[in-house]
Design a binder for this molecule. Structure first.
Ligand code: FPP
Length: 236
């Protein structure tokens, strides 16, 4: 199979778990649990077809403002996910990176993600980025502080270039986002990978994340393949 037309990096904002739960008169956590099933399928399919990088927005720096029981349950769900999925992910050569400040996570979530990153460190398959306690403004603030620190220590060339910044983003060494998908009909980036998505094609399916299927994902990939990308240039 050829990779022509396939995005190298897909980023997904998995939105609509709460609305799905409400529609079915379930608790919000049932929505998140169902959302994990979708995410398992999408990871598996992305790995099978040879996507290089898949980034999933699991918990933002702003999500801490949700009711405490929901935050605690989401953290438990994340730990559970890593414990139950890590064997299969590792077997499929998936390499895990966490985007975000893991110091701010609960101890059990931090331990689970550190273990998952360490175990899959040398894998060569799908690069799976899970954004946890992530926000693009927070990410850029960290980059600026690290540049200032280096400048103070005399370790910087005179002018800072984009490469100096990109090298310090959580996604350092990875290609930019080619395709960004946000489910549930909302059309916002919500502080997700703002700089990495500078030239991303965006697709906003109406379906809520728990209802999103591999067939919907295939539609998004086909739509992406039909888009003309100019990166600020002109088509000839
Ligand atoms: C958005 O739905 C979803 C989230 C804030 C969390 C996404 C998390 C998961 C799918 C599961 C945990 C992740 C991993 C990696 C195991 P929402 O609650 O904002 O939906 P709403 O807008 O309909 O209320």
């Amino acid at each position: 199979m050829t990779n022509a037309g396939l995005p190298r990096h897909v980023a997904i904002i998995m939105d609509g778990n709460g609305r799905w739960a409400k529609q079915h008169a379930f608790s919000v956590m049932m929505g998140h649990r169902k959302g994990v099933e979708t995410l398992r399928e999408i990871i598996r399919y992305s790995s099978d077809i040879g996507i290089e990088v898949l980034s999933l927005y699991a918990f933002s720096t702003e999500n801490w403002s949700r009711p405490e029981p929901e935050v605690a349950a989401l953290m438990r769900l994340i730990v559970e996910f890593f414990h139950s999925e890590i064997d299969e992910l590792h077997e499929n050569k998936v390499k895990i990176r966490i985007l975000g400040d893991i110091e701010g996570l609960t101890a059990s979530a931090r331990d689970a993600v550190i273990q998952a990153m360490n175990r899959t460190r040398d894998n060569t398959g799908l690069q799976l980025n899970i954004a946890l306690n992530y926000g693009a403004r927070d990410e850029l603030t960290r980059v600026v502080n690290s540049l200032v620190q280096d400048a103070r220590e005399g370790n910087l060339r005179e002018a800072i270039g984009w490469e100096d910044i990109a090298d310090r983003l959580y996604t350092s060494g990875q290609p930019d986002v080619d395709l960004l998908i946000r489910t549930s009909g909302e059309q916002r980036l919500s502080n997700f990978l703002l700089y990495q998505s500078a030239y991303a094609e965006m697709i906003f399916p109406q379906k809520l994340w728990p209802d999103y299927t591999v067939a919907d994902y295939q539609d998004a990939l086909s739509a992406f393949a039909r888009r003309e990308r100019r990166f600020g240039g002109r088509s000839t």
